[in-house]
Design a protein around this ligand. Sequence first.
Ligand SMILES: [Zn+2]
Length: 247
Amino acid sequence: MCERCQDSARWTLRRRSFLKILGSAGAAGMLGSGLESEAAYADALTKAQRDEMSPSEIIDVMKKGNERFRSGVRQNRNYLNEQKASASGQYPAAVLLSCIDSRAPAEVIMDLGLGDIFNCRVAGNVANPDILGSMEFACKLAGAKVVLVMGHTACGAIKGAIDNAELGNLTGLLDKIKPAVQATNYSGERSAKNYSFVDAVARTNVQMTLDNIRKNSAVLSDLEAKGTIKIVGAMYNLETATLEFLN
Ligand SMILES: [Zn+2]
C-alpha cells in the first residue's frame, strides 16, 4: 500500500476499505475466494462515505487528486470494478461546471473515478437555467456538497467572445461570456492573441458564473448559507496541469 493512497483523504476510504479487506484477509491472494463482491462494493463511493465528508474535505480530495495527476502517480483504479460497484446507485460528492475542452476532463485531471462527481460541460463554462437545475438536483436531491466552476487557460470560447466570433448558435453562447470580457481590468493588449488577457477574462468568467449561480439559484445559495455546500471556482492550466482553486 503506497503512502500516497493513505494520504488521499476520506474520499479514498473505498480504497482503504478495499485494502483493509485485503489486509484482514492476510494476503492479496485471498482475492478470488469470496472477497470479490466486497472488493467491488468498496470500489465506489458509498452514501455513508460521501455523507461523512465535509465540503472542505471534498475540495481537499480534488486538490490531492490533481497533485497525483500532475506528478504522474495516479491511483491504480479498475474502471470495471467501479462500474459494477456504482451500477445500483450513485452518491457523487460534487457537481462540476467545466468547459468542453478536450484537454480538461475533470475526472482525469483530478484522478477521480466513476460515480465520484456530476459533470456539467459547456463551452466557456457558463451557467444557464438548465445547468442551475442540474446543480440543484445534484446538491439538494442527490446530496453533492461542492459546486465547482472550473475555467481553464487558453480557452477557445473565451477567445471567441473577445473576438466577437459569430456562428450559428455559438453566437448566443459567446454573448454570455462577453460581460466577463468587459468586466476584466487589464492594462495590456486586450485581444485574443494575448494569452495573458485571455486567461484574465477566463478568471473573471469563473467569478461571474459563481455570482450567477448564487444570484439565480435560491436553492443553492440557501444550501451555501447553511454550510451544507461550498460553491467554489478554479482555473486549470493546460500547460502545467495545475488546478488552482480560487477564493
Ligand atoms: Zn474552454
